[in-house]
Design a binder for this molecule. Structure first.
Ligand SMILES: Cc1cc2nc3c(=O)[nH]c(=O)nc-3n(C[C@H](O)[C@H](O)[C@H](O)COP(=O)(O)OP(=O)(O)OC[C@H]3O[C@@H](n4cnc5c(N)ncnc54)[C@H](O)[C@@H]3O)c2cc1C
Length: 330
């Protein structure tokens, strides 16, 4: 890319210099600035398929795995000043990333994974995995997070989507959420201001990076917590072991019904587009049989929606987040 300026580590100690982008440096200048922060890993044209459970998706123009929330603020401020797009990724267990990839900066939260206890609270960074978090609660003799023990996502992804299972959801245990807004400034939200409803929150669409969450749990009997987690894991193995890469439930359940029931009754189990297939075991899962492209998955999603609409007059809404598609930037 022409006209870019290079930044030394010293530059990164100060403010992100707006003038650096005036010569058309764009993402190259952002890359240089983030590299100079020396806080995590940064790559260009980095394939994202390996960072999604579907193993599907093209490259990120710049891919960043920050090691501190301060570095996130700096990087986001920089991208904001450059007027370029930004995307956030946790464990990639609830996203479909376009085959063409994502233009701009992708921040993946995997290295923001510290957590600590404060009496019956756990304060955790957004990139901590839900499996690790539920183990942390168990070891600390705390109850309230058993339901996430088999969900393969991160805390940040679970907050934004109000993830849930076994009749429980994240909204019940969240106390506060700390974010970085699109200008690189931190904010703290109280639970009541987050508008949690079924698989949704007021944070969706705001394009703020969740960096830390305070979870209010309760003291519990370790043995009881462990037994409940074992039962949940067993149940999940029985119902969801589809054996191929997937992204969990594709569609939200419509009011009073189950997406999986409608899809199965419409005779769509096993329907394929390329290597993308409606799972024959769990109708609300789409599996990647090997070389499925995002375009195959999207075509299959649209086919399922069309059939269910025509047969039952029900509009199935995706739970999975589409990223990088022309009419849906994120
Ligand atoms: C086998 C399987 C089973 C599953 N079971 C369940 C289940 O029982 N219940 C359930 O609710 N879900 C389930 N899921 C879906 C998924 O695991 C959850 O929604 C999970 O919480 C997503 O977290 P993630 O880190 O993978 O998010 P990602 O897929 O990485 O991202 C999802 C969305 O969250 C955003 N995001 C992620 N991290 C941040 C952050 N720090 N700040 C701001 N935005 C962020 C992304 O931009 C994207 O819009 C399942 C998935 C699989 C593959």
């Amino acid at each position: 890319m022409g006209g870019r300026r290079r930044f030394a580590a010293d530059d990164a100690d100060g403010q992100c210099p707006l003038t650096s982008f005036e010569d058309g440096g764009g993402m190259s200048a952002v890359y240089d600035f983030i590299s100079a922060l020396r806080q995590g890993e940064v790559f260009t044209h980095y394939p994202l398929a390996g960072y999604t459970t579907w193993q599907i998706g093209g490259p990120a123009e710049v891919f960043y795995r920050p090691e501190s929330s301060e570095a996130c603020c700096r990087a986001i401020e920089c991208v904001h000043q450059a007027g370029l797009p930004i995307f956030y990724l946790g464990a990639g267990s609830n996203v479909l990333i376009a085959d063409a990839g994502l233009k701009g900066l992708v921040i993946q939260t995997g290295k923001l994974n510290r957590s600590k206890n404060e009496k019956d609270r756990i304060i955790a960074e957004a990139g901590v995995s839900l499996v690790t978090l539920s183990q942390h609660a168990l070891q600390s003799g705390l109850t309230g997070l058993e339901f996430v023990c088999g969900i393969p996502g991160t805390l940040g992804g679970a907050v934004i989507n109000n993830a849930g299972a076994h009749g429980r959801e994240m909204a019940e245990v969240i106390e506060t959420v700390k974010t970085v807004d699109s200008q690189g400034l931190t904010k703290v939200y109280q639970q009541k201001d987050l508008g949690f409803i079924y698989r949704n929150s007021a944070l969706k669409g705001k394009n703020e990076l969740i960096i830390e969450v305070s979870l209010k749990l309760a003291e519990g009997e370790r043995d009881v917590v462990r037994k409940t987690m074992d039962e949940y894991r067993q149940l999940r193995r029985k119902k969801q072991a589809v054996g191929l890469p997937n992204a969990g439930s594709i569609f939200k359940n419509p009011p009073g019904d189950y997406a999986g029931r409608l899809i199965e009754e419409a005779g769509l189990k096993g329907l394929s587009v390329g290597d993308a297939q409606v799972s024959s075991k769990h109708a609300n899962f789409i599996v990647n049989k090997g070389r499925a492209k995002a375009s195959d998955v999207l075509a299959l999603i649209e086919e399922v929606q069309k059939t269910v609409r025509e047969k039952y007059s029900v509009e199935l809404e995706t739970e999975v987040v589409l990223m990088g598609f022309s009419d849906n930037g994120r």
